[in-house]
Design a protein. Structure first.
Length: 372
């Protein structure tokens, strides 16, 4: 690869690696940089819940990004296997929202009507209908909202796999290359710097996760670390085929192809520290007891932490920045939805770099909303 790529991507998570993959597929020269190992931050910690969803203040971006990503994951599952010989760890038969009282059922059904009106596919099931599809569910179900297009994804495996595929396509991968600032020519971004070392590029994509907001003093953004604790357990004996959570409660349980289930996740404002706490374990145990109490005695297999890149309105920051006349794109701040929106975000970045109209409108996710 020539010393100066067309695009430098800062951040080796799911979004950065997906962007590298799609940009190389278009023939652009790409260098992906990360301060540590590729695929080891928020994407490594993610539960990997996939599926069309909505955000009342963030649509059409949110709904369309989750829908487009769901379809792209279907394509990537086969394409990445052909290119790398590795499976992403993708599957499932949908996601289920459980209502366990008449009040919860009424609220869940009313919300589902708004979702359906927004174009999100779903079905309303009785408790007995849901248990026929998912035998591990508790018996005291009033209603269940099924989102049949929901899927689960082993986010660690996906990110590592698409990073490998991008490398095989010719993307230059530079782990252990911390970007300390952007380089500038007037108001134009011309590349990045790591200490005294510089790397020029036609475009710089900031996909640096929880660190993205302070990458350069001239292009700051209100992106902060949202600390999460998450654990895995042995799954129920009949297996689990759907991601499940309870209406009106935080927390979820999502399966893995090998029979494990992942339970998450806490939200803690403790800066860039990482810690596993008794309170976090208690919270996760509470998720199990309220969603799938039948697995309360299953063995805990692992517990880990991650730092989500959170924004004040839980929407990402994507696209250009008026403080830079050229050469710079945001791709950060997805909060809990980074894996759910990674391929669509990457495709939009390709659109912008190639001068095409973005396939999803970006007016709700521009940095301008935070610039006053």
């Amino acid at each position: 690869m020539p010393s100066q790529p067309d695009v430098v991507i800062v951040g080796g998570g799911a979004i950065g690696c997906s962007a590298a993959y799609y940009l190389r597929s278009e023939g652009l020269r790409v260098a992906l940089l990360d301060k540590g190992p590729v695929a080891r931050e928020a994407s490594w910690a993610s539960a990997g819940i996939i599926g069309p969803s909505r955000h009342p203040r963030g649509d059409p971006w949110f709904r369309r990004a989750t829908l487009v990503s769901r379809r792209l994951y279907d394509e990537l599952d086969g394409a990445l296997f052909e290119e790398t010989g590795r499976r992403m760890g993708y599957g499932g038969q949908g996601s289920m929202t459980l209502a366990m009282s008449p009040g919860e059922a009424a609220e869940a059904i009313a919300d589902s009507e708004q979702e359906a009106a927004a174009g999100v596919p779903l079905e309303v099931l009785t408790g007995s209908e849901a248990r026929r599809r998912e035998p591990a569910l508790p018996e005291n179900l009033e209603a269940v909202i099924l989102h049949p297009e929901g899927r689960f994804l082993d986010a660690r495996n996906f990110t590592a796999t698409i990073a490998r595929a991008a490398g095989l396509k010719g993307a230059e991968m530079r782990p252990g290359w911390p970007v300390t600032a952007l380089t500038w020519d007037g108001d134009r971004v011309t590349g990045v710097r790591s200490g005294q070392e510089r790397l020029g590029a036609g475009w710089v994509i900031n996909a640096a996760g929880a660190w993205a907001g302070s990458l350069d003093s001239r292009l700051t953004a209100p992106i902060t670390p949202d600390h999460g604790q998450i654990m895995s357990l042995e799954g129920p004996a009949p297996g689990l085929r759907h991601t499940v959570h309870r209406w009106g409660r935080y927390g979820y349980i999502t399966p893995r192809p090998d029979g494990r289930v992942v339970v998450g996740a806490t939200h803690e404002d403790i800066g860039f520290r990482r810690r596993i706490t008794p309170g976090g374990l208690d919270y996760l145990a509470g998720v199990v007891s309220t969603v799938l109490p039948g697995i309360m005695e299953q063995a805990m297999l692992d517990i880990w932490t991650g730092l989500r890149p959170a924004s004040p309105d839980a929407l990402p920051i994507i696209g250009t920045d008026p403080r830079a006349t050229a050469g710079f794109l945001w791709a950060a701040g997805h909060s809990s939805s980074g894996i759910m929106q990674a391929p669509a975000t990457a495709q939009v970045l390709v659109d912008l770099i190639l001068g095409r109209k973005p396939r999803i409108p970006l007016d709700k996710v521009g940095i301008e909303r935070f610039l006053g």
